[in-house]
Design a protein around this ligand. Structure first.
Ligand SMILES: Cc1ncc(COP(=O)(O)O)c(C=O)c1O
Length: 342
């Protein structure tokens, strides 16, 4: 079976070009960018790039000049919010919902000088058009608290406003949605509102990365994370569903990211006239489920065939999973905000 990491290795060989649009917040940053961290050195594989401030500065192809300041809040403290968006058929799927969550997360973290919704949309569309990305693409959209006047934690050092990064890649769903995936349960617990509310979609992903390391060590595709009381919250990167005796269940969103794919699939479950329960679910219920799948923009609906060494159901992709995968695919073919032609 193709693991996610193996897939990513192969993928990076087949499609060695990553494209990016970075939106810097201040025109006068531009000359001083030489001293700044090269985002492209981190990413290594740029093809096209576009660097703008709130009004476009320059458009460059085959560029290696996309940079994020070493004083940027995302470098200093992971102080940033983000969204993953997917492009189908010349449309951005669930764009408004993703922007709602982005702006809500920024508000919860008390960001100042946030760009307008229209500005962010325009940056997304321009990146896609510039790179001819109208299908099979994924955008990693980050909005950071912006550049600081000096290193340090305080938002009081943020005098320039937010930085917007639109990172677009050629990337089909990253999991094996036909053959299924394997999960293990991590010892790392998902953040609770007691410490850092999982409803904020922030870039400080160490909680999830620690769980992902546990998954990698166990050769699993991802790791299930429990909440502080030992109930299942989600995986390190996706929301999770199970089916038992025809009833579809998913953990309520107190300790997990309220995923946009999760909400979409919950709607589809209702449309398919299936019974849906949103409640606390224990790990043994997942171990003994008839079907399990995960949801997320990066991977869509991914059937889970093994959890902690227990085979899920009969070890094949279940009928309800397939049904929902089909209705999700139909939805993505028709729904979305069209990329304008300008
Ligand atoms: C921890 C976590 N859970 C779930 C998801 C899936 O969310 P969505 O369906 O909005 O992509 C993500 C995606 O960013 C995530 O990071």
């Amino acid at each position: 079976m193709l693991s996610r990491d193996h897939f990513m290795k192969c993928w990076s060989k087949v499609y060695p070009f990553i494209t990016c649009l970075g939106v810097m917040q201040d025109k006068k940053d531009f000359p001083s960018l030489q001293s700044h961290l090269f985002l492209c050195l981190l990413m290594k594989r740029f093809l096209f790039g576009l660097v703008t401030n709130f009004y476009p500065v320059t458009v460059q192809r085959f560029s290696v000049t996309l940079k994020v300041s070493v004083f940027d809040s995302v470098v200093q403290g992971g102080d940033s919010v983000w969204e993953g968006l997917r492009i189908y058929n010349r449309k951005v799927f669930k764009l408004e919902e993703h922007l709602d969550r982005l702006f809500d997360s920024a508000k919860a973290l008390a960001f100042n000088n946030v760009p307008t919704r229209d500005y962010v949309k325009d940056a997304i569309f321009k990146t896609l058009i510039r790179n001819g990305m109208f299908n099979n693409s994924h955008i990693r959209l980050s909005l950071t608290r912006g550049k600081k006047v000096t290193s340090g934690m305080s938002p009081g050092f943020n005098l320039y406003g937010c930085t917007l990064i639109v990172l677009a890649e050629w990337k089909p769903p990253v999991y094996d949605n036909t053959g299924g995936i394997t999960l293990v349960t991590a010892t790392t617990r998902r953040n609770s509102p007691n410490n850092l509310d999982s409803k904020i979609h922030h870039n400080n992903l160490l909680n999830n990365i620690l769980a992902k390391i546990e998954g990698n060590n166990a050769n699993a595709d991802d790791a299930i994370m429990l909440d502080k009381d030992g109930y299942v919250s989600e995986t390190n990167a996706t929301n999770i569903f199970l089916v038992k005796k025809g009833i579809v269940m998913t953990p309520h969103a107190d300790y997990c990211l309220p995923g946009i794919t999760r909400a979409t699939v919950m709607e589809l479950v209702k449309k398919e006239n299936l019974v849906l329960e949103e409640r606390r679910i224990s790990l043994s219920e997942f171990h003994t489920a008839d079907e399990v799948w995960t949801t997320g923009t990066m991977g869509e609906l991914s059937p889970v065939l093994k959890i902690d060494g227990r085979v899920v159901g009969d070890g094949t992709v279940g009928p309800i999973t397939k049904r929902l995968q089909n209705s999700f695919k139909k939805l993505t073919e028709g729904l979305g905000v069209p990329i304008p032609t300008y």
